[in-house]
Design a protein around this ligand. Structure first.
Ligand code: ADP
Ligand code: MG
Length: 205
């Protein structure tokens, strides 16, 4: 898969956040780095189809994106939200229920994704009893189980301490190696961007 941003401009009122941004993103992981306020979240929302740029074009595999583009993108939020009464595994299963395949497949896939994310020991535990790092792995698992071709994550380690960050990233990149996805990660965390296949740097304007 190839996502091409072509001469993207975005302004909020008179504030220009992106001007003349062009880049081609291919399968694998790309970190979008830059200081706070440099437009990382804005760019991620445009690439993920949640925000229409003021001007410029977004193409996927050579075609201009339609309004349905955002349906093909899974998001990992900065603060993971899970159904707290459901178990870790059930939360990951939920990610797979939007697929045309059967519930049984979503459950089987969830179990193997939970294993990739080193959640075996806690997968039957209600989400409310999980640590922040475990919850973040559940959120990553849910995004993987959608099987959507694109995953966007905005500061996925923003709420975690250094040790938990390393553990979550070890699991996430192990899991990603088993799944062919285009992953876009907005981050200012060196631990994150040094593990990505490529890095683009936003400059403050
Ligand atoms: N909805 C909005 N309305 C007005 N200004 C916004 C909005 N969203 C972001 N901004 C401004 O755009 C700039 C870039 O924000 P953002 O994309 O969130 O940067 P980053 O994620 O790199 O911190 C900031 O100055 C921010 O205040
Ligand atoms: Mg941001």
């Amino acid at each position: 898969m190839l996502i091409e941003a072509i001469n993207i401009e975005h302004r909020f009122g008179s504030r220009a956040v992106l001007s003349g941004f062009s880049h081609a993103f291919s399968t694998g992981s790309t970190a979008i780095v830059g200081p706070s306020g440099s437009g990382k979240t804005t760019l991620l929302c445009i690439l993920g189809g949640l925000l229409r740029p003021s001007s410029g074009e977004l193409r996927v595999d050579g075609h201009a994106v339609s309004s349905k583009w955002s349906d093909r993108v899974a998001w990992v939020p900065q603060s993971p939200v899970a159904s707290m009464r459901r178990t870790a595994l059930e939360n990951i299963v939920q990610g797979g229920l939007n697929r045309p395949s059967s519930r049984r497949v979503a459950i089987e896939d969830a179990a193997s994704i939970a294993a990739d994310l080193a959640l075996n020991d806690v997968m039957r535990r209600p989400a409310r009893l999980l640590s922040g790092g475990e919850l973040q792995r559940v959120a990553i698992g849910r995004a993987l189980n959608t099987r959507l071709p694109v995953i966007c994550a905005d500061e996925p380690t923003g709420q975690l301490d250094a040790r938990t960050t390393r553990q979550v990233l070890d699991c996430m990149f192990t899991a990603l190696r088993n799944h062919d996805r285009l992953v876009l990660i907005a981050t200012h965390d060196e631990e994150v961007w040094k593990r990505c296949d490529s890095v683009i740097e936003m400059s403050s304007q």
